[in-house]
Design a protein around this ligand. Sequence first.
Ligand code: SF4
Ligand code: SF4
Length: 409
Amino acid sequence: MRFGDHIVRFNLGGIPAVGNTSTGSIVGLTKEGSSLCDVMFTRNVTEAEVPINCAELVDYFREHEFFEESELKEGHRVRSAYLHVSNRCNLSCVGCYSKDDARNVESDPSLHQLKHAMAVLAELGVEQLVISGGEPFMRSDLPDVARAAKDCGVNRVAVLTNGLLCTPERLTSLVGIVDILSISFDGTSADAPAYIRGEQRFDALIGAIVNAKAAGVHVHILPTLHASNVDDASAYVALAEQLGTTVGFSLLSGSRENLGDLYPSDTCLAHLADVMCSLGQTVDDDVVFNGTRGGLSACAGCGAGKVSVSMAADGSVYPCHMLHYPEFRLGNAYANSADQIREELADFCLPTVDELDSCKDCDKRYLCGGGCRARAFIRYGRMGKKDPYCTFYQHLLYTAVDEFINEQY
Ligand code: SF4
Ligand code: SF4
């Protein structure tokens, strides 16, 4: 028994630990367990060499795919994808990752093209699909797109929407084929400032949620946090409770020039970490499916281009929805086969946290993974630079580790 390359060693608030960067699992170690792990990193250990009081630990390692032979079981299979079904949108939000001056004159991909793309993504292993845009409800055949995803074997389908075109009829047509309707929010009341959208549409969103719930569609509310609304987070959680929805937060990202006063300072990011910890929430790119995501998990990177991909409306495949740049293009899901795209993905590598000068000595690196490479690229034009929102992760993880230790001892 020998640890695979996906196993990392680190210190959890003074406790030696090992983590599986493929599955996220973490184990705190006794002195004896720690010594055994030291050996398992360097060579094969036989059953006979395992001290009796480490037998349970070894069982855990075996069960949670820590050993070399289990490394390939999950491998780096793509599990989730964004599918951009249109560039068109009825809003023009600050910091929108798919903003483009020409977006409303471009034609949408055909249903035939999208079906081909979804079959390719499903063949790559995609189980969770986020249908995004533009605004997906701009397409009248949205139910056909979602149904085609299910027909390809996609397990969970989410639609990411600004909520303004969600009429009762259209929502009814999604019942049974869309698992999550994720509605973005920009304000916690009808008279709240609309920092991102420019115009407050709170009542329309509440109407959409009421209609969706009446139709039987699960609703997730998705506020975007930024420099001016961090303290609204608890009101969003209360709103979700009141409406009977789940909630997840995303963090406004982009260049300082584009975000202006909404760009969070380090002080704001540290405060945001405190707020998220007190609410038992976090912000990340999995918010569409995961919502609340507590706990610590091991990672060496975010998985962009490995466990997740994003397809643009023109069929181009990219490592993630924030990296739709020509230099990161990994084939085209309308034109290429799954094998061709798999080859492109196999050649694509984001730097791991150990390869980042700014992160390689950070004591939280295997819990953070180096933050967001897309944010570093957008800010500095280079993947290998520090995530400009590092302060958020530093503070969040400091508190999370502290809480974890207090819970255990
Ligand atoms: S907390 Fe900051 S320095 Fe540490 S790994 Fe994350 S991004 Fe890098
Ligand atoms: S690069 Fe950033 S946005 Fe993209 S998957 Fe990684 S953490 Fe998420």
